[in-house]
Each structure stands twice: as structure tokens, then as C-alpha cells.
Design a protein around this ligand. Sequence first.
Ligand SMILES: [Zn+2]
Length: 328
Amino acid sequence: MDEENQPPQPNPERKSLDDRAKMTDLERLRHSCAHVLATAILKIWPEAQFAAGPPVENGFYYDVELSHRISPEDFPKIEAEMKAITKANQPFEKVVVTREQALKDAQNGRLAAVADRQVPSKFKLDIVQNIPENEPISYFKNGDFIDLCAGPHVMRTGNIGAFKLTSVAAAYYKGDEKGPQLQRIYGTAFKNKTALDEYFKMLEEAKRRDHRKIGAEMGLFAIDTEFVGPGMPLWLPKGTVLVEELEKLAKETEFAAGYVRVRTPHLAKEKMYKTSGHLPYYAESMFPKMEMDEHRADRKDIEQRIAELEKQLSDHAKKDGSPASGNP
Ligand SMILES: [Zn+2]
């Protein structure tokens, strides 16, 4: 595919100053917890290289490059360090710096770190280099940890009442599959333990009411993860009636509103998903790229076989004296 014709992709992790100003209290708290997470990880693995650590729908994450593969078994150890940091109730201090200072500190490995290091803070260096000329550059400090960040945060680490690390996933720097692969550590945080407990109880309830579970129990569909795939229901008679009735209703409603229908293929080339903006954001939850027939070796075999048959046909026709045509 012609990559050079692609428009530059937005960095999904880069928030504008306007977006930042709109962060809710809970988002501030959760993003602050990402700083605490990074501080804790550095206590255990000082060489960790951090990329972006934004709040997300139900919590926060921080992307980290680290040779040690972090697994949920590491969570209690990391959470214990985090607990010590929130208990210490360190203030989050904002420091505005010049671009030169930021570049120097990034080179010295001092950004997203608790001290100078032997190697540059490479992702932070890249981020500094991409901050627009007119935008101020700031750090946020808690204890010895300094991060390049525009904020906002809570006042002190102690304002993060309750938190929990939830999962770890693979991610690419700036969502670019050709870029460095990082470990995305997810967590969530709340004002207090009651709110945290309620959240996990709600998740349990949601699991109990999961449509995949209920639909299967009601005999609407079956899901065969081994032979078909997860999220690909096989509609049984009762479920099919529902699907068709819904389709009928949708069509009637659309026609009544003056819409006309079109049909499109279910699949398209990678370029379309890049243009639509899905690929940079949802690559993790999308099906991987499909090898097209035209690239496959067996396609060549088929073409070769067709050529052989055509030759045989032509030779045969010559012998017979009849025209060599595929249409007798
Ligand atoms: Zn921050």
C-alpha cells in the first residue's frame, strides 16, 4: 500500500490545552494517579521509559517501555509503592520551563524519572520536540519524580483516595504499529475506597448481565470461540426472528423518513480504516489485516494450472482442426 500518500495521523494521546482545561475532577484525579504509578514503577525499575499517561473512560493508563514484562503478578508490588507515595501526600508542583531546559532534561534522562539517567528520556524528548512553538512547556513534580506535563492534577498525592491496577496490554508509541512497542498499564482511581468498591461491584453485576451470557441462555444465539470466533454469534431460530423483525422495523422507519438504502462490502483495504481514523485508535480491538488472495502463493499455483489447461486445450484443438476456444 502507498504509505507515503497517507495524511499524517493525529497523535491520539496528545490532548490540546483546551481539552485539558475540560478535564473533570475525576479525570484529574486519575491522571494524577498515572504520575504516582510512574513514580512507583521507577522505584522498582529505574530504567523505565514512559510515553503518555492520560485518563481514559474508566481510569487511566501509562505507557512504558521496559525489558521486564510487567504482569498482574507485579501489581501488588507496584501498588504497595503507590500506596507509600499517596500516603506521603506529596504536593504536585508545576514548574514552567524553557524549551531549551526541557530538551536538556530530556537528553539527561531526567523527564519521567526520579534522577538523571545514563540514557535520554526518549519519548519525552520526542514529545518536547513536538510541542507547538507558541505553547508553554511545564513540568509537574511530586517528590523526586519530574514529568513533562501540562496538567491539570489534584493538589497532592494524598487526594487520590483509592486506586487499583487493572490490566496490562501491548501498545504502540503514538498508536503507530511501526513504532516502538510499549506496555500499557491500566488502573483506576476514585476519591475514596467506597467509590472504588462500588465500581468493582458494578463490574461484577455487568458481567452477570452480559448480553453474551443472557443471549446464549435464552437460546437466541450460540458463540463458538473455537471454530468461529468470539463476538461472532451464530443466530439460532429464535434469535433470527428477532434480528429479522428489527431489520424490518429499521427499513420501514428509514423509508418513512425518506432515506434510500445502499449496500457496501463488509471488508475494505487498510487504507480505508486509516482514513476513517479507526486504525490509529482501535487497532487493538480490530481484526488483524487479512492476506489478500492476490498476494498468496496458491493463487499463483491456480494461475499456472489454468495456463497448463489452456495450452492442453489449444494443442488438442490444433490436432482436431477446430478453433481453440474456451467456448465450444
Ligand atoms: Zn500530568
